[in-house]
Design a protein around this ligand. Structure first.
Ligand SMILES: NC(=O)N[C@@H](CC(=O)O)C(=O)O
Ligand SMILES: [Zn+2]
Ligand SMILES: [Zn+2]
Length: 417
């Protein structure tokens, strides 16, 4: 069973022509290739399938918000062929039985869904999980995302154990004492809306601690959803000192800041919050200079009921998988601030390289994960087209240029318009 994508632009290989796929893998790149199934790529651009190491699929436990099937469908719609799901579900995958249950569910969808296991029992305790057993069950690494690890000794022990197993720790970085039950960035906006604020130090103080511990333990420490200028500076210095740290930034922190919030609107509530203009610019600079390695959506679907009322009480988080490419291409590539190659690196090759995934490159022998985009397509973000159960996004109605039209994972069409 072979498939040929014909007459498609392949910018990462600098040619326009055909891509042959056989047995789920790339078999040839060239001209006048033939196969059983033909996909006409005329006018389209082939990119390595996108990789998102930070998504929330809510199953088991919160399937009114999302299921693995709807989350994976949303990912495919957004051009993603590999995602890594966070463990803030119920039951928490902090033991082999519950971990295996999730991985079976993850295996039933048309894209590659990998799974973070919890760092500690229940994600918020100080009791360690059996990392070796979870590794044997297929854990991608360990994360308590949704909460920071509050206790330094717990984090140090987890890093030591993960390092021995050669697996990463992905940290949601937040000191709960310093967070002061805030819901938006501390400062002018919090005052204007009369809402409790989250100061930058709630992130950067814990990050400073973690980078010291990462240096001492040699673990691969992955910093989730970096949001402040102080954090960018800390990661830049740690990298210069040789610490094995990688970091992600979300599309929303690259596209928005607190000055875009004009009212008490839960569509703009996420953790970490949209920060100041200075923080926003530092994130873009950090991405440009390699301090921040990759873009991860932190796709966080919620029901409409979870997101009504005031930011004081609504759930934290916004969806992102179905809008990331169009929004980022529009904001950064059509404006020539960044190149398409840079964006594709941040969405695909960089996360694949950082975590040793067989993705991110169009090369013979690799799994045939490829996303076809129409770089000239224009429209406005329309949540009626979304496959996620979550419609919690501040980007609905925003104009864009560039859209995903077909997503192929392991040679099979996972989504097509
Ligand atoms: N980012 C969010 O605002 N929310 C995430 C949790 C998280 O990523 O910390 C969620 O699970 O809803
Ligand atoms: Zn988080
Ligand atoms: Zn998250």
């Amino acid at each position: 069973m072979t498939t040929v994508i014909q007459n498609v632009a392949v910018p990462t290989l600098a040619y326009t022509g055909d891509i042959l796929i056989a047995n789920g893998r790339f078999a040839a790149f060239g001209q006048h290739l033939n196969g059983d199934t033909i996909i006409d790529g005329t006018g389209l651009t082939a990119l390595p399938g996108f990789v998102d190491v930070h998504v929330h699929f809510r199953e088991p436990g919160f399937t009114a918000k999302e299921t693995i099937a709807t989350g994976a469908a949303a990912a495919a719609h957004g051009g993603y062929t590999t995602v890594v799901a966070m463990p803030n579900v119920n039951p928490v995958p902090d033991n082999v039985a519950d971990f295996v249950d999730i991985t079976k569910r993850n295996a039933a969808v048309p894209i590659h869904v990998k799974q973070w296991a919890a760092i500690t029992k229940g994600r918020t305790s100080t009791q360690s999980v059996d990392m070796a057993a979870l590794k044997a069950a297929g854990a991608f690494g360990f994360s308590n995302d949704g909460n920071g690890v509050q206790d330094a000794a717990t984090m140090a022990a987890a890093m030591t154990a993960a390092q021995h197993l050669n697996l990463p720790i992905a940290a949601h970085i937040e000191d709960e004492g310093l967070m002061q039950h805030g819901v938006v960035n501390a400062g002018k906006l919090a005052k204007k809306l009369n809402l409790p604020g989250i100061p930058n130090v709630a992130e950067s103080a814990q990050l400073a601690r973690d980078l010291e511990l990462a240096a001492a333990t040699n673990v691969h420490y992955h910093a989730c959803h970096i949001s402040t200028k102080e954090s960018v500076a800390l990661i830049r210095a740690a990298k210069a000192a040789g610490v094995h740290v990688t970091a992600e930034v979300t599309p929303h922190h690259l596209l928005l800041d607190e000055t875009d919030i004009h009212a008490d609107d839960p569509a703009f509530k996420m953790n970490p919050p949209l920060r100041s203009r200075a923080d926003h610019l530092a994130l873009i600079e950090g991405l440009a200079d390699g301090t921040l390695d990759m873009i991860a959506t932190d796709h966080a679907p919620h029901t409409a009921a979870d997101k009504t009322g005031s930011m004081a009480t609504a759930a934290f988080g916004i969806v992102g998988l179905e809008t990331a490419f169009s929004l980022l291409y529009t904001q950064f590539v059509t404006t020539k601030m960044f190149t398409l190659a840079q964006l594709v690196n941040w969405l695909s090759s960089a996360p694949a390289t950082a975590f040793g995934l067989p993705a991110g490159k169009l090369i013979v022998g690799a799994p045939a994960d490829v996303t076809l985009v129409d770089l000239n397509r224009q429209g406005t973000i329309d949540d009626h087209t979304w496959l996620s159960k979550g419609h919690n996004s501040p980007f609905i109605g925003r104009p864009y240029t560039g859209a995903v039209v077909k997503t192929i994972a392991s040679g099979q069409v996972a989504w097509t318009e």
